[in-house]
Design a protein around this ligand. Structure first.
Ligand SMILES: NC(=O)c1ccc[n+]([C@@H]2O[C@H](COP(=O)([O-])OP(=O)(O)OC[C@H]3O[C@@H](n4cnc5c(N)ncnc54)[C@H](O)[C@@H]3O)[C@@H](O)[C@H]2O)c1
Length: 295
């Protein structure tokens, strides 16, 4: 199956990036949000990226207009009815994901593939709200942040996912100009299984004042050649998302390396969620990282 029409639920950090890439790749895209203002904010993020790309001469005005014409915002699941693929990108909460999947299963055609962008939940745990005929077409499609810049997508197969679905998803990932790896349906898949304990260790180092926030980041950037330090990256991912992911992985594996340190819970409770809230380990002005904040 050739995926032409794509539905995305959630136009936050990830959903907006997936919608942007799919529209750029020539797909017709319907993106569903929870209310008008969130939808407007998500669509503005995408059109802002295209405006900047045109300003830098990376795309033409004609291309930008074509991208905009292929991107449709909606508040109704029913508008996703004609999609070949639906990708769920709502917050990392099982209850929200189950509600979303139940709604999508009702409106999507029989041929449609249904995917979650979850970072840590087990994809097969979404099965109970789906009709049995959908199960061969259920999979994980795990993008990385920021979606337009990150070249990897993990395709997660459950025991029920069929070969046609995997082939369709591989074709879709290729069409977006990205590389796919096949990952097992276990919390964290491949990348987060390795990345999350490292990030949580860095948070513990900051909590124990091993070094300053800036120095921990500089050490890993210059000492290991990472493009950004682990505390900077945590702010970038979103500390609330990090906490949810750590909780799910700790519950699944029971290993202390997956346990969210208390500094993470304290920052989230204080509303310091990282870049998206303007403050985390650092102060942020939009995309711009400013000084480290006291812990
Ligand atoms: N942030 C990351 O670095 C990252 C990376 C890979 C995967 N993920 C995963 O992607 C998913 C989304 O994460 P995010 O960082 O984009 O979160 P986010 O909070 O930025 O965005 C989630 C969006 O979903 C919307 N939403 C909630 N309920 C909805 C509903 N019923 N209908 C439509 N929209 C609804 C919210 O309004 C919000 O805009 C999570 O499962 C997360 O684990 C995140």
């Amino acid at each position: 199956m050739d995926i032409q029409r794509v539905g995305i639920v959630g136009c936050g950090l990830m959903g907006s990036g997936i919608a942007q890439c799919a529209a750029e790749a020539g797909c017709e895209v319907w993106v569903k949000e929870a209310d008008e203002s969130l939808l407007a904010r998500g669509l503005a993020r995408i059109s802002g990226a295209w405006e900047r790309a045109e300003g830098k001469g990376k795309i033409t005005g004609e291309q930008r207009n074509a991208f905009i014409a292929r991107l449709h915002g909606t508040l109704a699941f029913a508008d996703l009815a004609g999609c070949d693929l639906a990708v769920e990108a709502v917050p990392e909460r099982m209850d929200l994901k189950l509600e979303t999947f139940a709604e999508l299963d009702k409106v999507l055609g029989a041929h449609a593939v249904l995917c979650t962008n979850t970072s840590s939940l087990t994809v097969a745990h979404l099965s109970p709200v789906l009709s049995p005929e959908r199960l061969p077409r259920l999979a994980g499609l795990h993008f990385f942040n920021p979606v337009p810049a990150m070249p990897l997508v993990e395709i997660v197969r459950t025991l029920a996912t069929d070969g046609d679905t995997l082939a369709a998803l591989k074709g879709f990932v290729q069409r977006l100009g990205k590389t796919a790896v096949l990952a097992p349906d276990a919390p964290g898949f491949v990348v987060n299984r390795l990345l999350v304990p490292y990030l949580l260790d860095a948070l513990r180092c900051a909590e124990q004042k091993l070094a300053t926030v800036e120095d921990i980041d500089t050490a890993m950037k210059l000492g290991c050649g990472h493009p950004m330090g682990p505390l900077h990256l945590s702010d970038f991912i979103g500390l609330d998302t990090m906490q949810s992911v750590a909780d799910v992985m700790f519950e699944a594996f029971g290993e202390p390396r997956f346990k969210a340190p208390s500094i993470l819970r304290q920052l989230v409770a204080a509303g310091r969620l990282g870049r998206k809230s303007g403050a985390g380990f650092y102060r942020w002005e939009g995309e711009k990282r400013l000084e480290a904040l006291p812990l």
